[in-house]
Write a protein that binds this ligand. Structure first.
Ligand code: GLN
Length: 486
């Protein structure tokens, strides 16, 4: 019904008073006013409908298409009632502004029916029951309720019930509210840690969390209002009537429930493999990052342990040899899993303070890999023919110099393939740390399939990721080996 955003600028704005005057005349003469519709039905007409940009599962983009519960509802109601819709994805506040300035005929955007809004808009029958809830970053264990928000900042979306609610309690709890135009910015602000929490509608939070957006809820939802389709007060009554009629028919036929199920049960709206990969890419990336971090730290410490205890093992000192042998036999003689449990659950009882999961994980893998490294170092040194030591010494080189110039370079060359082997083993062993809740790759996979139940696909994805990373890194190690161990 409108030609676009500029409908009310320029000539159109000048024409507005004219239309009003004509309308008054028409009214006096008992004629239909210009712009009013002779037949009080929506049939055959085209209405411009404003909506939010991203408010999954109600409206969001999938492969460039606007989809979601609201989108299915408005399109199917239009079809059912024989009218046409042209949907504009504007953003929540922008859609409301556009409606007030008549740039759109109606708004469907998970829009809550509130008393204030009823003053300026007419709402359809409610079609979804909602309410505001708070969410924090998954890794955030400090915020357990509103009282923990003191001195912190929370993110909301401009013009929403979430904003109204957050502001209504901000002074009581002493937190600051920052409003963003788009959901994505609001969520990013929480993920980056700039804001500690977000207030949004609970079905939307639940859906996002289910799709792996990295948040979690820690408080109950607030009593909330329901969603309705809005038109301007006393404007487009035929559109509102058609919406209500179509909604009732979809509800009766069971189609309404089907639409809800499509979006709410799926966890992710798109159930294709690519969507699974794409939607969970941040979780996989985080998991892979932590896997590599734990591997790198553990190998660094393991190397240090391996060198120290490896030299102990070849030393002439019986005590040093004994210490090294004990260390190796303990860590080689017990399962990594038991060691991980011990450092995470057992050690805190001994030292009387909690050990964080990264520390426990790195401790486990360092000590474990260190035992194997010790054997690699010992084997490397011992595999250099003892005759070389004797020869170098008889040429007048000291013990240290002989080690440095003759024995170690050869030993390192012999040890390198075993080091690379150990590196691969340690990288794969990080997956065991999932059991103590370390958020590496395997843990992420478990979290994902716990929600969407797509166990096989998710496990295949992470197996492929491990495989690719290990292949690339071993190739790199081999190149370095060739270059430096000539
Ligand atoms: N239901 C909320 C409101 O009406 C939020 C809607 C939205 O963000 N799209 O304020």
């Amino acid at each position: 019904m409108h030609s676009g955003k500029r409908a009310l600028t320029g000539p159109a704005r000048l024409a507005a008073p004219l239309v009003a005057v004509l309308a008054a005349f028409a009214l006096l003469l008992g004629l239909p006013a210009p712009g009013a519709h002779a037949a009080e039905t929506a049939e055959g007409k085209t209405f411009v409908i404003g909506t939010d940009t991203t408010f999954a599962p109600f409206e969001f983009r999938q492969d460039g298409e606007l989809v979601g519960i609201d989108m299915d509802l408005i399109n199917e109601i239009a079809e059912n009632q024989g009218f046409n819709v042209e949907v504009r994805s504007l953003g929540f506040d922008a859609a409301l502004q556009a409606l007030q300035s008549n740039q759109v005929d109606g708004v469907i955007a998970g829009m809550s029916i509130t008393d204030e809004r009823r003053q300026i808009f007419d709402f359809s029958d409610p079609y979804f029951e909602s309410g505001v809830q708070m969410a924090v970053a998954e890794s955030n264990d400090e915020i357990g309720g509103y009282e923990d928000l003191e001195g912190k900042r929370v993110a909301v979306k401009t013009g929403t019930e979430g904003q109204t609610f957050a502001e209504s309690i901000a002074d009581d709890y002493g937190f600051e509210v920052i409003a963003f135009a788009q959901s994505a910015q609001m969520y990013d602000d929480v993920k980056s840690g700039a804001s500690v929490a977000v207030f949004d509608d609970y079905p939307v939070l639940a859906y996002g969390i289910k799709s792996g957006n990295g948040l979690k809820t820690v408080t109950d939802k607030e009593a909330g209002s329901s969603y309705g389709f809005a038109v301007n007060k006393d404007a487009n009554p035929e559109l509102l009537a058609a919406f209500n009629e179509g909604l009732a028919e979809l509800q009766e036929s069971g189609r309404y429930q089907e639409i809800l199920d499509t979006y709410l049960d799926a966890g992710a709206a798109d159930t294709s493999f690519w969507a699974l990969l794409k939607d969970n890419a941040p979780a996989f990336a985080k998991g892979l990052g932590l896997t590599l971090l734990a591997t790198a730290l553990s190998l660094l410490f393991a190397l240090i342990l391996g060198v120290i205890f490896g030299f102990f093992k070849v030393s002439a000192n019986r005590v040093l040899r004994g210490v090294a042998t004990t260390y190796v036999s303990i860590f080689r003689g017990t399962p990594v899993l038991v060691q991980a449990f011990f450092f995470y659950f057992g050690l805190p009882q001994i030292i009387g303070q909690p050990v964080d999961v990264l520390t426990a994980g790195v401790l486990t893998l360092s000590l474990n890999a260190g035992a194997y490294m010790t054997e690699i170092v010992r084997g490397g040194i011992q595999s250099v023919d003892p005759g070389q030591m004797e020869a170098a010494r008889s040429l007048g080189l000291g013990y240290g110099k002989t080690m440095q110039k003759v024995i170690i370079p050869q030993a390192v060359k012999i040890m390198t393939p075993s080091f690379i082997n150990q590196f691969v083993i340690t990288l794969k062993d990080t997956s065991l740390l999932a059991v103590i809740g370390f958020a590496e790759l395997t843990y992420q996979a478990q979290q994902i399939y716990a929600v969407n139940f797509r166990t096989a696909e998710v496990l295949l994805i992470i197996a492929a990721l491990y495989f690719i990373v290990i292949t690339l890194l071993t190739q790199l190690a081999n190149v370095l080996d060739k270059r430096f161990n000539k």
